[in-house]
Design a protein around this ligand. Structure first.
Ligand code: FAD
Length: 390
């Protein structure tokens, strides 16, 4: 078996590396607020104009239509170059966009997909509610049908980027008296609609893109329903399978570079004996070696998962295996970083690497909750991958 890259793929890697080096954003990403929107959209626009936007999106929807190997090369080079993650463009590019491609009408696709790709708009996700997180089917935001509009009243919570978003993938209960999976609709909501109030929540890593969103008789055209009215649960499952299946690929590939950065740090900081570099300590070098091995196995799982998705056309429940492994490994690496860096690790410069390991450590806590908690991923793996009895 030849596991190397072809000459064409090596050439492609060179092209990506050169382009990223020459076009990377000059400024560091701001911490929060409208400036993050401008920054993320400008970077997305730069990629779009050069034909690099949506590497995983099919050509028919304006994407690059890159092969599997090319996508991986792109993510690897992106991680190696330490570029900002897609952040506020994450929902649009990684799960709202793919859901629209799979489930929306031709008009909806034609209107929304080019704007997402070109860096014109930001999307957010209005699924979770105070009483419906892991148990999403308990959602109660009401959508009353009035002529050719849906009138939405209720509350969503933990909506990342609601404060800077233009559009939202919103789940509402449109069938009066319905419960659980029935009677829900997946709706495209204009975040500038009258009746929407957004309250940012400050998180412990200094961010404020996490929001509560209140809807007071917000009028949304019925034409904004994706799929059929009252049949949105099925559409929502597509969204979640993209979110858990392939949305974190870039982050998974990037984790390898985070571990290498930590190995470098361990060569320079003083270890537990107060004399030698941390990497000379047996326990620290064992944990670093383990982290390297775990990153390699996660990468293999990521590759297998992308191959499976390409074969079947959409991500299956196996994505939960990678999501679970990735979020827990990220936390393990963050803990190891704090153990290696000691007091130096407490310096808080920003939320992001390469400047701040403490920011990375604090952010890592959220990773086993967002996109479905680790317990929920274990339930999905037991139930839908392994077929264990409930
Ligand atoms: C970084 C981040 C970004 C997010 N962004 C968004 C967003 O943009 N839009 C959005 O809609 N939501 C978003 N969320 C919300 C996220 O989807 C929910 O937090 C998550 O689904 C868990 O729901 P919950 O917080 O209500 O916790 P709960 O569901 O109340 O869970 C509490 C605890 O109980 C456990 N638990 C619950 N049910 C079970 C079960 N059946 N079996 C075993 N254990 C169980 C959970 O694992 C957890 O430990 C985000 C969350 C984070 C952390």
């Amino acid at each position: 078996m030849d596991v190397g890259f072809t000459a064409e793929q090596r050439e492609f890697r060179e092209e990506v590396r050169t382009w990223l080096a020459e076009n990377r954003p000059k400024q560091t990403r701001p911490m929060e607020g409208l400036e993050t929107r401008d920054y993320d959209l400008a970077w997305q626009r730069t990629q779009f104009e050069a034909g690099w936007a949506g590497v995983s999106w099919p050509k028919e929807f304006g994407g690059r239509g890159a092969t599997l190997i090319e996508q991986l090369i792109w993510y690897e080079e992106y991680g190696r170059a330490d570029l900002p993650s897609v952040d506020s463009c994450f929902v649009g590019l990684n799960h709202a966009g793919p859901t629209l491609m799979a489930r929306a009408s031709e008009e909806q696709k034609a209107f929304h997909l080019p704007k997402i790709l070109a860096g014109d708009v930001i999307w957010c996700q209005g699924f979770s509610e105070p009483g419906a997180g892991s148990d999403l089917a308990a959602l109660s935001a009401r959508g009353e049908i009035d002529g050719d509009e849906i009138v939405v009243t209720g509350q969503k919570i933990w909506t990342s980027f609601a404060n800077t978003a233009d559009w939202q993938e919103l789940l509402v209960r449109t069938a009066p008296g319905s419960s659980r999976h029935q009677g829900i609709s997946w709706v495209i909501c204009d975040m500038k609609s009258p009746g929407i109030e957004i309250r940012p929540i400050k998180t412990m890593d200094g961010g404020a893109e996490f929001c509560e969103v209140f809807y007071d008789e917000v009028r949304i055209p019925l034409a904004n329903v994706v799929g059929e009215v009252d049949k949105g649960w099925d559409v929502a499952m597509s969204t979640l399978s993209f979110e858990r299946g392939t949305a974190f690929t870039a982050g998974q590939v990037r984790l390898a570079h985070v571990v290498e950065r930590l190995v470098d740090a361990a060569r320079t900081v003083v270890g537990p004996d107060g004399k030698r570099p941390a990497i000379k300590d047996d326990e620290i070098s064992r944990r670093l070696a383990l982290a390297r091995a775990e990153v390699a196995s996660m990468r293999a799982m990521t590759y297998a998962n992308i191959c499976r998705t390409l074969r079947t056309g959409s991500p299956g429940p196996e994505g939960s295996i990678v999501k679970l492994y990735y979020s827990e490994l990220q936390q393990e690496v963050a803990r190891l970083a704090m153990d290696i860096l000691g007091l130096d690790g407490l310096k808080f410069v920003s939320r992001w690497l390469p400047n701040s390991w403490s920011g990375y450590f604090l952010f890592a806590f959220s990773q086993s909750i967002g996109g479905g908690t680790s317990e929920i991923q274990r339930n999905i793996i037991g139930d839908r991958v392994l077929g264990l009895p409930r």
